[in-house]
Design a protein around this ligand. Structure first.
Ligand code: C2E
Ligand code: SIN
Ligand code: SIN
Ligand code: FE
Ligand code: FE
Length: 353
């Protein structure tokens, strides 16, 4: 992996109180961020913004001269299509205030006093989204110029985008990102076992992490709900497959085409009871059938906001019982044949205790 782009992000910290500025600065610096711009006088934000467009803004609300809302209004007037995300940090948390901040373009709100880890997590999450969008945008612009450039370079750019997008999706309901590492390795192993070429398996390794990228489009109340989803909530949840497919559509690289196929088909079921297409058997792309087994096995053995982790033998029994129902029986044969290696992958990348 390349040196972490995230830590090179520039972050404006706007707060009229010196103590708050120092605290936020220290917190972020300790985390490895090293382009931090503390601004105590909110009247300076606009000029600083125009001189050096930041990747993220932490913004206090109640400040003298220009309050946080006025600062946001100033920035909005610039009509910058790549406006960085703003996290509002405020002690006032009425419905009306929240609504006002969101209307003016805040992407997140954090109450004062704030939990340090929560703040860092949200900063990281928003920077990930921002960087992914920028990389995607840069990639498009760059592609127009560099059609003839060495394919190896392009491949690296794409991998960056793909990895980052996969991680963005994962942060929302699985903070360590290890699920995608495990399920992508298991997917590549199954593909290999089923006769895919080494190149195809490498594509599988890099494309499968994006299977749930569409979860970006699902509200936290649903995605992070601790309990069972209602029918209508689950119907919304199901749209993550086509949302993800739309996000990945229309690119002519093999990698993104495979990622598109996987996002669209990873919840189809062999017996036709899956979504979004209700496709049956061989009509489901092979990549989707492979990822379905790898994804569900790992989802079952992981804890989620809505469920405990299952023991491995219970998860294996589930996969076996659902061969020919949820899963392609042929993929299940290969899964069982390579079970010791699969368990080794899962254990090697286990969540930290
Ligand atoms: P996910 O957590 O990544 O789970 C992926 C798939 O693994 C699920 O697809 C399902 O096929 C399987 N799976 C995961 N946990 C269990 C389980 O406890 N029992 C069984 N039998 N299968 C399990 P599915 O059902 O289409 O769900 C897609 C996504 O919807 C899930 O992704 C998760 O984000 C969300 N979701 C599903 N059910 C619930 C729920 O009851 N509560 C919440 N909060 N989210 C849910
Ligand atoms: C403060 O500025 O320290 C408290 C008030 C606020 O930010 O909403
Ligand atoms: C990751 O490393 O983030 C996932 C697997 C890959 O794309 O290599
Ligand atoms: Fe999914
Ligand atoms: Fe998954």
């Amino acid at each position: 992996m390349t040196p972490d782009l995230i830590e090179r992000s520039s972050i404006f910290i706007v707060d009229d109180e010196q103590a708050n500025l120092r605290l936020l600065n220290k917190l972020l610096a300790r985390q490895g961020y090293h382009h931090l711009v503390p601004i105590q006088d909110s009247r300076e934000v606009l000029a600083r913004y125009q001189a050096q467009r930041p990747d993220l803004i932490l913004l206090d609300i109640s400040m003298p001269h220009l309050d946080g809302y006025q600062v946001m209004a100033q920035l909005n007037a610039l009509n910058d299509p790549f406006m960085p995300p703003i996290i509002v940090i405020t002690a006032e948390y009425s419905r009306e205030q929240i609504l006002k901040a969101l209307t003016l373009g805040a992407r997140d709100l954090i109450g004062k006093p704030f939990d340090h880890n929560e703040l860092l997590m949200r900063v990281r999450n928003l920077l990930d989204v921002q960087l992914a969008q920028r990389l995607l945008h840069d990639q498009k612009a760059v592609l127009e110029d560099m059609v003839r450039m060495r394919t190896e370079d392009l491949k690296q750019t794409r991998l960056q985008v793909v990895r980052r997008l996969g991680r963005v999706a994962e942060y929302r309901d699985n903070e360590t990102g290890l699920h995608i590492v495990r399920m992508s390795q298991v997917s590549a192993l199954l593909a290999r076992s089923m006769g895919w070429s080494a190149d195809q398996c490498e594509l599988m390794l890099h494309a499968s992490p994006m299977h749930d990228i569409g979860k970006i489009g699902i509200r936290d109340e649903i995605l992070l709900k601790p309990g069972k989803l209602t029918v209508s909530e689950f119907n919304i949840m199901k749209t993550h497959a086509s949302i993800g497919a739309d996000m990945l559509a229309g690119d002519d690289s093999e990698l993104l085409q495979l990622a598109h196929t996987i996002a669209l088909s990873h919840h189809e079921k062999w017996d036709g009871s899956g979504y979004p297409g209700g496709l049956i058997g061989q009509a489901i792309p092979m990549a989707g059938r492979i990822v379905a087994v790898a994804d569900v096995f790992d989802a079952l053995t992981s804890s989620r906001p809505y469920k405990e982790a299952w023991p491995v033998d219970k998860a294996v029994a589930y996969i076996t019982e659902n061969s020919g129902k949820h899963f392609d029986p042929d993929v299940v044969v290969h899964f069982l044949r390579h079970l010791p290696e699969i368990i080794a992958i899962v254990e090697f990348h286990a969540e930290p205790a």
